[in-house]
Design a binder for this molecule. Structure first.
Ligand SMILES: *Cc1c(COP(=O)(O)O)cnc(C)c1O
Length: 332
């Protein structure tokens, strides 16, 4: 089976497992795991931020990141298909007590005109005050689209004029970085706080980070423990992340190339594929998924009419070619 359901399905490589086995560890709740500390420092510095916090999932990193800038009874604005709005099981409302309002953009892009209408200043006991704007780069449900740096810079100015924070869900920020050559620090400079995932295209078995100011991270460390996310000798997991940063970033370009190949086979214009995700409409998405499975290719339906494929570390060039041939038959 060639598994194109998600880039979360990767298995740690032999070299990654060896790095995990070698990792120096300590009790991270006591702040004594040197490998976790090294990962947190390295990731924070790469985005030009002061500090970072290792978390078991991207959802928890997002919850901690958003809660560092939006309090109970305040709102965060985001795109309608944002992961924080759709795929985190309501954690931000249930745990933090915040609300969300959304704008819709087919490409998951920033829409300053919509934000102009949505943004609510603090109006006392009348309207929910807007505390933050959240963006997702790359945008998962919009099909791995990239948010251009210039748009993020314009958003930063928009937010600064209103005293509003900006949060980035950067679960696949390394894909955006490799696809465009934009330095991670340039993305980092446009936001107050962000969440990044090592367990997507980078191929770590687990692990994400919340990145921000020293104060925000110190506060998030307390919240993480309160939510049951304090972890002990997790240097073994951080080592997988460090290995991924050393060896699996530049190769994301191969995933992007494979995604374009698969797009073409499915009748999608490959120039519209920005990174490692291909989505396309079909009258019978579940039917396409079932037919592909018969031919040894696992893909997913993310809506009754929307098919999604995701390339990753465990899809070789040969796999991509074979999957493309099978999918071309299925879609035809
Ligand atoms: C995967 C993902 C996350 C985090 O998901 P977890 O499964 O909780 O690690 C966050 N945002 C986006 C856009 C994602 O694709």
């Amino acid at each position: 089976m060639i598994d194109l359901r998600s880039d979360t399905v990767t298995r740690p490589t032999e070299d990654m497992r060896a790095a995990m086995a070698r990792a120096e560890v300590g009790d991270d709740v006591y702040g004594e795991d040197p490998t976790v500390a090294a990962l947190e420092e390295r990731v924070a510095a790469s985005f030009g931020h002061e500090a970072a916090l290792f978390t078991p999932t991207g959802s928890l990193a997002n919850v901690l990141a958003v809660a560092s800038v939006v309090g109970p009874g305040q709102e965060v604005l985001c795109e309608a298909r944002a992961h924080i709005a759709r795929a985190e099981l309501g954690a931000h409302g249930a745990v933090t007590g915040l609300t969300m309002r959304t704008w819709s953009d087919p490409g998951g892009q920033v829409d300053l005109a919509a934000l102009e209408d949505l943004h609510a200043p603090d109006m006392g006991p009348f309207f929910v005050p807007t505390a933050a704007i959240s963006v997702e780069n790359t945008h998962n449900f919009a099909g791995g689209t990239v948010l251009p740096l210039a748009d993020l810079q314009a958003l930063r100015e928009f937010a600064d004029r209103r005293g509003t924070a900006v949060h980035l869900d950067g679960a696949r920020i390394w894909n955006a970085h490799v696809a465009t050559g934009t330095p991670l620090a340039a993305y980092g400079a446009t936001v107050d706080v962000l969440a990044v995932c090592l367990s997507k295209g980078l191929g770590a078995p687990v692990g994400s980070l919340m990145v921000g100011s020293r104060d925000a991270v110190a506060e998030a460390r307390v919240r993480r423990k309160r939510l049951g996310g304090g972890m002990r000798q997790v240097g073994v997991l951080a080592a997988a992340g460090l290995h991924a940063l050393d060896h699996h970033v530049e190769r994301l370009a191969e995933d992007h190339e494979h995604a374009r190949l698969l797009a073409e086979a499915c009748g999608v214009d490959p120039t519209t594929v920005a990174t490692n995700i291909v989505t396309f409409d079909h009258d019978d998405a579940p039917g396409v998924v079932a037919a592909a499975k018969e031919r040894g290719v696992l893909i997913s339906a993310v809506g009754p009419r929307t098919v999604r494929l995701v390339t990753h570390l465990d899809v070789t060039a040969e796999d991509a070619r074979r999957a493309a041939a099978e999918l071309a038959t299925v879609v035809a």
